[in-house]
Design a protein around this ligand. Structure first.
Ligand SMILES: Nc1ncnc2c1ncn2[C@@H]1O[C@H](COP(=O)(O)OP(=O)(O)OP(=O)(O)O)[C@@H](O)[C@H]1O
Ligand SMILES: [Mg+2]
Length: 225
C-alpha cells in the first residue's frame, strides 16, 4: 500500500458574508497516495480552488478532518512538501523568472546546486530564453509555465495545480503536461490538477468530481476511497 499523503473525512469550508453562510465546499472525503495522478473537475464555483487551498494547508476547514499522515502539520507543507500552482498569476513581480523558480529551494535552505536545479527546471519547461525576464514581460501562458517550473523544482511530495493550462492553447498545454510527466517519471510525487479541459483530465489516473459541493470519485480506483 503506498503512503497516504493527504486524508480527508467530510471536509467542508463555509464563509460568512454579511451574516449569510456561503458553502464553498460541502463535503470532501478522499485519500491521496504517493504517486497518484488526479484530475479535479467540476463546474465553475464548485469548490476546486477551495479544496486545493485546503489540501495545501493554506486554508483551514470549517468542519471535518484533514490530515497529512506522512507529511506533517498543515502549516509546514508549503512550499517544500506541497507545491501549489495558483489559478491566478502568482509570480513575484520584482524577481526574474530564474529568481522566482529558485524561491522554493531558497526557502527550504536546499543544499543542492540551486543554479543548476533552476537551469534544469527552466530547460524542462522550455523556458531558458525567459530566464532573465520579469513577470510583467511574460504572457499569461508563459507565467503559467514558470509557475509550474517553480512548483516542481524542489521535488515536492505533492503538486497541486489549479487550472495550469487554462491560458494555453491545446498544443502548448499538452507540451506543458508532457514536460511535467517527464519530470515526475520515476518519482513518487502525487499530482492533482484542477481542470475544465477533458483532454487534461483524461491523462490522469483518477478523476475527482465536485457535484453540488460534494467530492465524488467519478471513475477508477474507487476501492481506494
Ligand atoms: N473568500 C471567499 N469568500 C466567500 N466566498 C468564497 C471565497 N472563496 C470562494 N468562495 C465561493 O466558494 C465557491 C467555490 O469557489 P472556488 O473558487 O473554490 O470554485 P472553483 O471550482 O475553483 O471555480 P472555477 O472553476 O471558476 O475556478 C464559489 O461560490 C465562490 O464564490
Ligand atoms: Mg478555481
Amino acid at each position: 500500500m503506498p503512503d497516504t499523503l493527504i486524508e480527508a473525512e467530510s471536509v467542508n469550508r463555509r464563509y460568512q458574508q454579511g451574516g449569510v453562510s456561503v458553502i464553498a465546499l460541502a463535503c470532501a472525503t478522499f485519500r491521496l497516495y504517493a504517486g497518484d495522478r488526479v484530475a479535479l473537475i467540476g463546474r465553475s464555483g464548485s469548490g476546486k480552488s477551495t479544496l486545493l487551498h485546503l489540501m495545501a494547508g493554506l486554508d483551514v476547514p470549517t468542519g471535518g478532518i484533514l490530515a497529512w499522515p506522512s507529511l506533517g502539520a498543515g502549516e509546514t507543507l508549503l512550499p517544500g512538501k506541497i507545491a501549489l500552482v495558483f489559478q491566478v498569476p502568482s509570480l513575484l513581480e520584482p524577481l526574474t523568472v530564474s529568481e522566482n523558480v529558485a524561491l522554493p529551494l531558497l526557502m527550504a535552505n536546499a543544499t543542492c546546486d540551486i543554479s543548476r536545479a533552476v537551469a534544469d527546471s527552466l530547460a524542462t519547461f522550455g523556458l531558458e530564453s525567459l530566464a532573465r525576464k520579469l513577470p510583467e514581460e511574460l504572457s499569461g501562458g508563459q507565467m503559467q509555465r514558470v509557475a509550474m517550473a517553480r512548483a516542481s523544482v524542489g521535488n515536492p511530495s505533492v503538486i497541486l495545480a489549479d487550472e495550469p493550462t487554462g491560458q494555453l492553447d491545446q498544443s502548448t498545454g499538452r507540451a506543458l503536461l508532457d514536460a511535467l510527466d517527464a519530470h515526475l517519471a520515476g518519482t513518487r510525487t502525487a499530482l492533482v490538477i484542477a481542470t475544465h479541459d477533458p483532454a487534461v483530465a483524461e491523462r490522469m489516473e483518477r478523476i475527482w468530481q465536485i457535484e453540488h459541493g460534494a467530492l465524488i470519485e467519478a471513475v477508477a480506483a474507487g476501492e481506494r476511497i
